[in-house]
Design a protein around this ligand. Structure first.
Ligand code: DUC
Ligand code: ZN
Ligand code: ZN
Length: 462
């Protein structure tokens, strides 16, 4: 169906423009300055008083991810639907290599989970947890299959943990092909000692999840990852950066011209160690790794977003229900599944940063859509409102008010990390490849509309 979106303010990473947007089959056909002659279309959407944005791109989600004997509770179907409600039109999820298995078999497995089930387009990163000759060779095959970013862990000894030597080998292999290594940068060896000490002392409450993973150990691991990446000459992307010490290490590396990038997530901008310390095991709702930090880290993160030492905001959406999920860790915080829900609220929470004066409008779009597209090889198909790009478009009402709550959200999880939070701004309409998926409080999408995106290499290198 052809659509004219008229009367709105188009917001892109480079500025705002009063313009009408013409959508044809799946693609944007034209962006016309207000007053220009517009073609006849089958549908006209009046966006007066609204922003017209490129659809959000969340490059860090975990749908139906196995973790510690349980699994994250959003499926590709429910999670991508919730994303669309919140103005996200692309996710990049993580395929997880189990030890002893091959990367390509892992990729097949993740394709089988997502294929035919997604409401919006999706791609994959690959989690490498078993570095050996076969794995290293398979990295190139993953790149040919459109998966050219590889996440590794300096945390979780015995599970996902890779030694510095293994990380170096994978970085050298990635560098040969121009791929990016993504790093979970926490010193897991030291953390495990602190966890054992806390449990031995009878400290079992959720707040000890935060206290046993101090920010210094994120800073140290981030510096080490940066050094290894420099030696291997490999582009490095630090995932879910939460601590000012880690941000300082990233900023220092970037100042030397090294290809080091980082993302943060809304939970680190809005929530804190105080939430992990909520009584009656309520803190378990906020257990994620790295943990929520003391509040005074938040200003540094907002500043990092403005200076581009933080280039992307993703969600690390990894939801576990409180009942029968988080509750697995009653009496032992180390058994609480790590992860929080958030895929639905990233655009809104970042818009709240615009309302509060922390981000400009173009910067909101840049960190939520345009840079993620460039960083992960999707630009200009995604991440921009321009003729020829996919018609992934969000019409956003900046004046609307909403209250975040588990009673009204669309994620398949029994709590909201932002229960009762009042937000200014709301998605009115979401288009995915020209198809209206959300319209004025109604879901009009369909399971299977979303297609797999074979991604190119990093387009954001210095
Ligand atoms: N890291 C993630 O990125 N997601 C869930 C758990 C984790 O440690
Ligand atoms: Zn991680
Ligand atoms: Zn994650």
């Amino acid at each position: 169906m052809s659509i004219l979106i008229t009367g709105g303010t188009v917001v892109t990473a480079s500025g705002t423009l009063d313009a009408d947007v013409v959508v044809g089959s799946e693609k944007i056909v034209a962006v016309l300055p207000r007053g220009a002659t517009v073609p006849e279309t089958e549908r006209v959407i009046d966006a007066t008083g609204k922003y017209v944005l490129p659809g959000g791109i969340d490059v860090h989600t975990h749908m139906e991810m196995p973790f510690g004997g349980t699994s994250s509770v959003d499926t590709f179907e429910t999670g991508t639907r919730a994303a669309a409600w919140g103005g996200t039109t692309t996710i990049v999820d993580f395929a997880v290599q189990a030890k002893g298995t091959s990367l390509l078999a892992t990729l097949d497995k993740w394709h089988a989970k997502a294929d035919g089930n997604c409401a919006i387009d999706y791609g994959f990163h690959m989690i490498v947890s078993d570095v050996n000759d076969t794995t290293l060779k398979e990295m190139d095959a993953c790149i040919s299959a459109g998966v050219n970013s590889f996440k590794m862990f300096m945390a979780y000894p015995g599970v996902f943990y890779a030694t510095d030597g293994e990380i170096l080998l994978a970085m050298q292999q990635a560098a040969r092909s121009g791929a990016t290594v993504m790093m979970h940068a926490e010193n897991g060896i030291a953390i495990d000692q602190l966890v054992a000490q806390a449990l031995a002392a009878g400290h079992t409450d959720p707040v000890y999840h935060g206290l046993t993973r101090p920010p210094e150990l994120e800073g140290e691991a981030t510096s080490r990852a940066i050094t290894l990446a420099a030696v291997a000459a490999c582009p490095l992307y630090i995932v879910h950066l939460s601590a000012r010490q880690a941000l300082a290490a990233v900023a220092e590396a970037r100042d030397t011209g090294q290809n080091v990038f980082a993302e943060t997530c809304p939970q680190y901008l809005y929530l804190s160690l105080d939430d992990l310390a909520r009584p009656d095991f309520e803190g378990a709702k906020f257990v994620a790794s790295p943990p929520l930090r003391p509040k005074d880290h938040q200003d540094s993160l907002w500043r990092g977003l403005r200076t581009n030492d933080l280039s992307v905001v993703s969600t690390d959406h990894c939801p576990f229900c409180f009942k029968d999920g988080k509750e697995l860790g009653r009496g032992d915080f180390s058994k609480i599944p790590n992860g929080m829900p958030g895929v639905e609220h990233r655009m809104d929470l970042l818009h709240q940063g615009v309302v509060a004066g922390q981000l400009s409008l173009p910067r909101w779009v840049e960190v939520a859509s345009t840079t993620p597209a460039r960083m992960f090889g999707l630009y200009p198909r995604k991440g921009v409102i321009a003729a020829g790009s996919d018609a992934d478009i969000v019409i956003y009402d900046p004046q609307a008010r909403q209250t975040l709550s588990a009673a009204t959200h669309h994620m398949n999880v029994d709590y909201s990390a932002y229960e009762g939070l009042e937000i200014t701004g709301r998605v009115v309409t979401t288009l995915s490849r020209g198809r209206v998926v959300i319209d004025d409080g109604q879901y009009l999408g369909s399971t299977g509309h979303g297609t797999f995106l074979a991604r190119g290499l990093n387009q954001y290198l210095l």
